[in-house]
Ligand binder design. Structure first.
Ligand code: NAP
Length: 551
């Protein structure tokens, strides 16, 4: 049976709840869950009548839930009153498809269990009842210590037709534990990891045969942390086409919640008719977290984890892990090896793993847009982090002469030394960032987060404007040899640096097309196909909300 898509609706206002149920149906949901936590008041008969009408008028089959405070809900009604409501609904002329009762309540009192049994269908039910029971257990803080015994306990009773267990994931590995529970299921089961680490369990629900997955109508109407919207599930992650054989890819980093890579890669997979999905894969900052998570994902025999984009802060960790453990026998592409950082992990058809750096060739191609011949071009690189390192190695390989400027001089000196060790003929010199005042160059590249909307200095132009005044003549359009400025930052699309260049007619490119080039190389590496570059470009631009570059 295909995994159902259920939209939970907080039914505080019955009319608004019904309108949302209609919207949920239009958006493609199979089921709605009416959360009547605050609507239900046992002392007010009209509240019961409202709930009965809501269920009767629902455009989709529904679950009715009245979640108590002690299980993360908003109801302070006692168990007996909640069960009395459920019995009334189940014996009405338009009963709900399911009611949800907390396992804690169901298991702690034989008397209550008896009352629940009266209200739902089961093999010994004598009444004409079609409503089925879901029993549920939630932990909004962490993984329950007794997860396995709790799940075994939930399976003890045959009355529930569906079991639901959900907890806040501590890392991506908790998703795999949810999938393991599903592999052991004896009846329809919902096993979900909540929070930012748990998205995988929600999106991959059809791959592991989950009974249903929850999706909110809008960002702000999520009823649990990490719940995606129904649009994201259907349009972005192509939920309806995920199946047992779907390969899993993603962007490994921290933070990754606002990455545009899922939009770009999922669109490419769809265009290339790949049975594959691409997810944000947040992994905590430490090397140990990276190592433990990556190895677990790769070794899981059911996940079909086939590749990853690797971003801040794990690009260097990727190389470290491959170098540290010879038994892995991962192949490191020579350029990635010399840079000491990889942004792409590919599982090849023979199951071997390759690490590559697609930032470097993407950056070289961008520089060629500014100046066709890079041999002997003079390039100023601002910054000395991972991006600057990739730029220095890649451009030195092309025969460019490089001046690297950084706030912390020692980091720039280290890159210069490493480049010279790898390429003894390379011309590369390190300078403190203040020396930019005297810099002369054909191409300048900003490899710092200066000007990035979410960075430490969003208003700052990475190159002082009076320095750009001096560069304007040499770099201005039509000058011999050409040249210009590449800002690797792409959020916003028009960074302070790109804007200042524009005012001086200096050719300037933001980092979005570099981003697309590196993503396209990743896509080619994973699929073996020509990537749909113009589609990827369009999706990225639309996601960023504007035209992609100024040149
Ligand atoms: P990183 O390793 O963290 O390095 C950041 C560098 O910026 C360091 O050298 C740091 O100097 C310098 N820096 C940070 N804040 C500064 C400030 N306020 N003033 C002056 N210098 C500052 O980062 P990264 O991986 O190299 O990435 C850098 C930028 O490149 C990011 O904004 C990212 O968006 C962009 N990037 C874009 C693409 C793309 O596809 N378009 C790909 C990769 C990177 P210290 O050494 O003194 O700390």
């Amino acid at each position: 049976m295909p995994t159902l898509l259920c939209v939970p609706i907080l039914a505080d206002d019955p009319a608004a709840a019904l309108a949302d149920a209609i919207r949920a149906k239009d958006a493609g949901a199979d089921l709605v869950e009416f959360r009547v936590d605050t609507l239900f008041d046992p002392d007010d008969e009209s509240s019961t009548a409202h709930i009965e009408s809501l269920v009767a008028d629902s455009p989709l089959p529904c679950i009715v839930t009245c979640r108590p405070n002690w299980e993360g809900g908003h109801s302070d009604v006692d168990d007996a009153d909640r069960i009395a409501l459920f019995e009334k609904l189940a014996t009405s002329s338009a009963p709900p498809r399911y009611i949800d009762v907390e396992h804690k309540a169901f298991s702690r009192s034989a008397n209550l269990r008896q009352k629940v049994r009266l209200a739902v269908e089961h093999s010994a039910q004598l009444r004409d009842i079609s409503t089925s029971l879901i029993t549920s257990a939630h932990d909004f803080d962490t993984r329950p210590l007794n997860l396995m015994s709790l799940f075994a306990d939930m399976r003890e009773d045959e009355t529930p037709r569906v079991l639901k267990i959900a907890w806040r994931a501590r890392s991506l590995r908790d998703n795999l534990e949810a999938f393991e529970l599903l592999l052991e299921k004896d009846r329809p089961t919902i096993a979900l990891a909540m929070g930012e680490f748990g998205l995988m369990s929600r999106v991959l629900a059809p791959k592991f045969g989950t009974f249903l997955t929850f999706a909110s109508l809008r960002d702000e109407s999520a009823t649990a942390p990490g719940q995606p919207t129904i649009r994201e599930l259907i349009d972005l992650y192509r939920f309806r086409s995920i199946n047992k054989k779907t390969r899993v890819y993603g962007v490994v980093g921290m933070p990754v919640a606002h990455s545009i890579s899922p939009q770009v890669h999922n669109a490419a997979f769809e265009a290339l008719e790949q049975n594959a999905v691409y997810l944000p894969l947040p992994v905590a900052e430490s090397y140990e977290s990276y190592k433990a998570t990556l190895l677990t994902l790769l070794h899981d025999e059911h996940l079909d984890f086939a590749g990853a984009s690797i971003t801040i802060p794990h690009k260097e960790h990727a190389i470290r892990l491959a170098r540290e453990d010879d038994s892995l026998a991962w192949h490191i592409d020579p350029l990635a090896d010399s840079i000491g950082a990889a942004n792409t992990l590919t599982r090849n058809p023979d199951n071997s793993i390759t690490l590559t750096n697609t930032d470097a060739p993407a950056l070289v191609e961008e520089c060629r847009e500014l100046r066709a011949d890079l041999m002997d071009a003079r390039v100023a690189v601002v910054g000395a982090g991972g991006g600057a390192r990739a730029a220095a190695f890649a451009l030195a390989n092309e025969g460019a002469s490089i001046d690297i400027y950084n706030r912390t001089l020692s980091r720039a000196e280290q890159i210069a030394e490493d480049v010279r060790t790898a390429l003894p003929a390379a011309a590369i010199t390190a300078y403190p960032i203040e020396s930019l005042e005297q810099a002369e160059c054909d191409i300048a590249i900003n490899c710092t987060p200066m000007g990035m909307a979410s960075g430490p200095a969003p208003e700052q132009c990475a190159v002082p404007e009076h320095v750009l005044d001096q560069w304007a003549i040499r770099m201005s359009k039509g000058s011999v040899g050409g040249g210009g400025v590449l800002d690797t930052v792409y959020n916003p699309l028009e960074t302070p640096l790109v804007s200042a260049c524009k005012q001086r007619s200096i050719p300037a490119i933001n980092g979005l097309s570099m981003f697309i080039r590196q993503a396209a190389l990743q896509c080619a590496s994973w699929t073996g196909n020509n990537p749909p570059v113009s589609l990827m470009n369009r999706v990225a631009s639309e996601t960023m909300g504007g035209p992609q570059a100024y040149n």
